[in-house]
Design a protein around this ligand. Sequence first.
Ligand code: ZN
Length: 405
Amino acid sequence: MKTFLIICDGLGDRPIAQFDSQTPLEAAYTPNLDKLAEGGVTGVMHTVDIGVRPGSDTAHLALFGYDPNVYYPGRGPLEVAGIGMEIKPGDICFRANMATVDDDMIVKDRRAGRIGDASPFAEKLNGIKIDGVEFLAGAGTGHRLGLIMRGPGLSPQLTDVDSKKVGVKARKFESADKSREAKFTAEVLNKFLEQAHLKLNKMELNRERVSQGKLPANYLLVRGAGIFREVPSFYDKYGLKAACVAGGGLYKGIAGILGMDVVAVEGATGKPDTDIKAKINKAIELGKEYNFVFVHIKGADTMGEDGDPEGKKKFIEKIDEAMAPMLNLTDSLVVVTADHSTPCVLKNHSADDVPVLISGESVRHDDVKQFGERPCAKGRLGHIRGSHLMPIIIDLMGLAKMFGA
Ligand code: ZN
């Protein structure tokens, strides 16, 4: 038996006036999702906890059964893992932007004119050693970069220096606590940023950019410090061989840290133009080799953050269309839910619960025949937490250990 877990990012929403006070999911035409709901059990879920506005990262950890209060490493390690850099326990990881500063270290552009490929710059900076600390750099998408500090006596307790503004001086890191480790980390990182600036300024590629009237990528805006600690793998925890189909780096990073195999799918972009059909078809194919396949679909969240209910509704209809082959699976559980709500009226995440459906031949049914926030609130699962989802799945797969005798 195998499970397909489809997480539609930011799917949940609030009533939209132009939809007669329905949510985008309720208003959308979703015959396939509705059939899945009809052929299974439904409910609503607070992914992290009641009243908690989850980030996508903490919510995903919770859905996979990893308490984010224990296992959340901060954004840096997840981003670094997401771009495929190898990380080791104890590494201090950051996300970074290639940026432009002038001779007085005033930030001119936070993305160096949105350079398309940071790899030549990452290569230049990769492997620099300062005071026994090795710096590893890897290119992410566009102007983004992953940065690792590796060495003894480091701490992620650093102040946030990215002012998110242009026209201000690039700030230096300071320790956020009184520990010797944090002070040392801040000092070494500041030295590295200075060296990096000098090296980048001298790069032929940047001289060319300047002569073409473009902004040089001559500085790193670094943020999201986190320390990577070993996490029990998904396989060790559940005995499931798991694969991940996702476009966005963060989701690949989370899957990677849990030891899932991250499988590339052509057309999976992590953006609203993503090829959802290709992702679902790939997932079904992977079901022959894996007994747990996680599919992440980002678009609904993006539409929510844009405050675009019509776009969100249309994107949900695209998800629904792509889900058609999931109706014909045998010996499988199909689970569809979200990591959090992203109401269009808020243009941000909210603490509202999300609908969840678990469909499969052996799953007890309820009377819910539509996938939506309101219908699912009447479902048999009732109101669960994200931490309940994996135990329910494991039991339905026939893998749960008995409590007692
Ligand atoms: Zn999310």
